[in-house]
Design a protein around this ligand. Structure first.
Ligand SMILES: Cc1cc2nc3c(=O)[nH]c(=O)nc-3n(C[C@H](O)[C@H](O)[C@H](O)COP(=O)(O)OP(=O)(O)OC[C@H]3O[C@@H](n4cnc5c(N)ncnc54)[C@H](O)[C@@H]3O)c2cc1C
Length: 370
């Protein structure tokens, strides 16, 4: 009888908690740790694209997400005044609040017997070729068949194992986000464009009751902003938008801590995504700009594919090679398209038709099996 594999998943974000669930469900012991003490309750929303819903469906979790979130299938374009200019079909998507998605994924993992522990990280790690010996921050020493770095774009484990040359770099844009009660007409992926086409605000529903707004800002370098003034700075930037849905929603933003500001720090690690028995997953391997709303979806797909690879062979090195082979081209296609869209948005004269064509082409590509 072959011995049950034991995997340490570092990071219980979207990718890590999905992986803990899929591994344990496949009969592989998953121990998933996170440096944070709990699921952050302040998270914004996330769009689960058609391919993400399909991956979640393949592991029995799509329905829960659609029940808690808000499925939609249209893009709505508006003038800054709120006038609806055009409605186009979109692939079947679902908006959901990030804390709710985290709750679904973590409960599913714990439900099948994966061990999830918070307030914990890796302090030391030695790859002994057939096992990885790990010291955890609470002093415990454990051995694993595999360690997965699912610790996000700023992955410490990636820096340690792959070296500093794979660190993220700034893509020239940052995102402002806030949550609000859902106006009735925010029932799809909505965009409002300023008259000169230079500023766009977006929103989509995250449940029947809630939605989330975002605004992208271009800059040469990271912007250093007064964290206590984020709400005031956001109001200034959106002053030219008089759309009632947006103005009513902004009225709910009364303090800086309701606004999330984040630069687009990105990377794409070339294959293979493993060194010995340590492998990268999700943003640790490929943090994209969010134009394709697919980073979380790619992390979920990574988890499904890595579990399939580990289940199909007893050899961990073979499984890891096959995981990179199966994932890299698909992730690169979406990553490249996201960055291209981000660059188009930074051009002095935007060309929405060109962006829409690339978006559509990449949605079609994503529709293909992973
Ligand atoms: C503005 C914006 C909008 C986006 N919109 C979408 C969208 O609509 N749809 C979509 O699919 N994607 C979207 N994304 C991308 C998506 O958020 C990420 O791709 C996704 O969160 C990656 O999941 P992950 O599990 O790899 O990393 P994360 O979600 O970042 O999780 C990493 C986890 O690791 C933990 N961690 C970090 N360091 C350590 C450590 N040293 N030890 C232990 N644990 C650690 C963290 O606490 C965290 O829980 C968006 C991103 C941005 C910036």
């Amino acid at each position: 009888m072959t011995q049950k594999k034991k995997v340490l998943v570092v990071g219980s974000g979207i990718g890590g908690s999905t992986l803990a669930y899929t591994l344990q469900r496949a009969g592989i012991d998953a121990h998933c740790i996170d440096i944070k003490s709990c699921i952050p309750m302040t998270g914004s929303g996330i769009n689960l694209m058609h391919n993400t819903l399909r991956a979640l469906g393949s592991i029995g979790l799509a329905e829960q997400c659609m029940d808690s979130g808000f499925p939609f299938q249209a893009f709505k374009q508006h003038a800054a005044s709120g006038q609806l200019l055009m409605t186009n079909p979109a692939p079947a998507c679902c908006g959901i609040r990030r804390p709710e998605l985290a709750r679904i994924l973590e409960s599913a993992a714990e439900g099948v017997g994966a061990v999830l522990e918070k307030d914990l990280t890796v302090t030391d790690l030695t790859d002994r070729a057939d096992q990885v010996e790990v010291t955890l921050s609470d002093g415990r020493q454990q051995s694993y068949d595999l360690v997965v770095a699912a610790d996000g774009a700023y992955s410490k484990l990636r820096d340690r194992i792959f070296g500093p040359e794979h660190k993220v770099w700034f893509a020239g844009q940052s995102c402002w986000r806030f949550n609000a009660p859902r106006p009735n007409d925010v029932d799809a992926f909505c965009l409002w464009r300023s008259a000169d086409g230079r500023r766009t605000v977006g929103a989509f529903p995250t449940s029947k009751e809630t939605c989330y707004f975002f605004f992208l800002e271009s800059s040469d370098k990271h912007l250093h902003l007064d964290k206590d003034q984020l709400h005031t700075l956001l109001f200034e930037r959106l002053a030219a938008f008089s759309a009632p849905a947006l103005r009513d929603s902004l009225a709910h933003v009364t303090s800086a801590n309701q606004v999330i500001f984040r630069p687009f720090d990105i990377n794409l690690v070339p294959p293979p995504w493993h060194r010995g028995r340590v492998v990268l997953l999700g943003d640790a391997a490929h943090s994209p700009t969010p134009q394709m709303t697919s980073g979380g979806g790619m992390a979920i797909e990574d988890a499904v594919v890595l579990t399939e690879c580990l289940s199909q062979t007893a050899s961990v090195p073979e499984a890891l090679q096959s995981y990179s082979n199966r994932r890299f081209e698909r992730v690169k296609t979406v990553w490249d398209a996201s960055l291209q869209l981000c660059r188009y948005e930074q051009e002095p004269v935007p060309n929405p038709q060109r962006s829409a064509a690339l978006l559509l082409q990449t949605y079609q590509y994503l529709g293909q099996p992973m």
